[in-house]
Design a protein around this ligand. Structure first.
Ligand SMILES: Cc1cc2nc3c(=O)[nH]c(=O)nc-3n(C[C@H](O)[C@H](O)[C@H](O)COP(=O)(O)OP(=O)(O)OC[C@H]3O[C@@H](n4cnc5c(N)ncnc54)[C@H](O)[C@@H]3O)c2cc1C
Length: 402
């Protein structure tokens, strides 16, 4: 791996830094910037998105031919952490979950005409999207082979019946990617489809209240009572729903890590500013060894996460699947985000517990990181499987194995 950053990428990073520092960080300080679910207000978001578009940095992860900046996984790793130094950052650049992962998978697997129909409006910021997979008991969660929502073929259409939940963004999404059961095979029993919010035969039962701040459109529970999907809206072949899911979640997990590393760095910055000026018992907090040990521990955890994330991104860029690499990054960065928020709150004293800094927001948000896109325990199993299959090769340098 080459850790040098090109002049072009440096320039993009500086542009992102400038926007985050000058436009977003000041806005975070006003309660008026937030909606009732603790996310950025829609009106303000639209204005900021227009500014990012004018900078040429909206949807930068998308191909140039579709209006993006053509960033590969390494470029994304460089920019996303900088965007998410602000809690408002990723959504302003159209790099937030779930649209980010949905765009990345549609750009890889959808046909050109499906991309015109389902992808381009998300890239342009004209619609939002959602990924519909997880189900309540006894349906599929960590184990997708348990998915029960069924799509049955009727001529050139599919009829969908079932129940899903925790679907991020469903309350405002227009474009949905659905994973449904179409056969009995553990690996080829699922198929993916696109559908539109105005298609009849499905509904939102409720917006599930959660611990942390919510993405736009919340996390919703959905019922399917005969949604009809034309076969032309099937994504990939019949039976390739699990494959689509793996393609989507691989990169989506990693872009979560990229963003969370920015949030973790922000926590450290807030703590840094406080311990730099706060005195107690005759000395500055930053001169206390126990404070230094806490800051050092978090800084090292963040950089460990950055190395794992960048290695996984680099391997993806070499055309590898990098599954164990992504799992390692996901576990490390999810834990680090929680550690960083918790440590920063502790070091900032009562101020850390207040809403005068973004720390309490990040602390509430951080707990989901160990669950979304695969619980940490499931990722440990992925790593273990790769080790058992590859033995010493598991530790090979270079582009590695899958
Ligand atoms: C904020 C948030 C947003 C989400 N957004 C979406 C979305 O947009 N679309 C979507 O489809 N889903 C979404 N999800 C769902 C998420 O992907 C699932 O929660 C996750 O896959 C785990 O599934 P589950 O909740 O059914 O947990 P379960 O499968 O019931 O597992 C419960 C726990 O059991 C343990 N466990 C499970 N399997 C194993 C194993 N093999 N080895 C060891 N321990 C294990 C883990 O500790 C796990 O946390 C979201 C979840 C959250 C919290």
């Amino acid at each position: 791996m080459d850790f040098n950053v090109s002049a072009h990428d440096h320039q993009l990073m500086d542009q992102v830094d400038g926007f985050v520092n000058d436009r977003l960080l000041p806005l975070e300080q006003s309660r008026q910037s937030f909606d009732e679910h603790d996310n950025i207000c829609e009106d303000l978001l639209q204005d900021l998105r227009a500014e990012v578009k004018a900078m040429g940095l909206f949807s930068p992860q998308m191909p140039v031919a579709r209006g993006g900046a053509g960033l590969g996984p390494v470029g994304q790793a460089l920019l996303y952490e900088r965007m998410n130094r602000s809690i408002f950052g990723p959504v302003c650049f159209n790099c937030a979950a779930p649209d980010d992962g949905n765009m990345l998978v549609l750009s890889k697997v959808a046909t050109p005409s499906q991309q015109d129909r389902w992808l381009q409006p998300i890239i342009d910021g004209r619609v939002r999207s959602a990924f519909v997979m997880t189900e309540p008991h006894p349906g599929g969660g960590s184990d997708p082979s348990m998915i029960q929502t069924r799509a049955e073929r009727r001529g050139d259409r599919w009829m969908v019946h079932g129940h899903k939940w925790f679907i991020t963004g469903a309350g405002v999404a227009s474009h949905f990617i659905l994973i449904a059961k179409t056969g009995e095979g553990a690996r080829d029993g699922l198929t993916a489809f696109a559908f539109h919010k105005d298609d009849p035969g499905w509904s939102i039962i409720r917006r599930i209240p959660i611990m942390g701040p919510e993405e736009h459109g919340g996390h919703c529970e959905l019922r399917f009572d005969g949604l009809e999907i034309p076969d032309e809206n099937r994504l990939m072949e019949v039976g390739q729903g699990l494959k689509l899911t793996q393609i989507r979640l691989g990169i989506a997990r990693l872009t979560h890590c990229m963003r969370w590393l920015g949030l973790a760095q922000r926590c450290l910055e807030v703590a840094h500013a406080y311990v730099n000026e706060r005195k107690g018992f005759g000395i500055l907090l930053k001169d206390r060894e126990s404070v230094q040990m806490q800051l050092g521990r978090v800084a090292m955890a963040i950089d460990t996460g950055r190395l794992l994330t960048m290695r996984a991104a680099w391997r993806l860029q070499q055309g590898k699947k990098a599954r164990p690499d992504i799992s390692m990054a996901k576990i490390q960065v999810a834990d680090t985000l929680q550690l960083a928020a918790d440590t920063a709150i502790q070091l900032c004293g009562a101020r850390g517990y207040s809403q005068d800094t973004p720390l309490e927001w990040i602390y509430r948000y951080a707990r989901q990181a160990r669950l979304v896109d695969g619980a940490s325990e499931v990722h440990q199993s992925v790593i273990s499987r790769a080790y058992l299959e590859n033995g010493r090769e598991f530790f090979a340098w270079g582009s590695g194995h899958d």
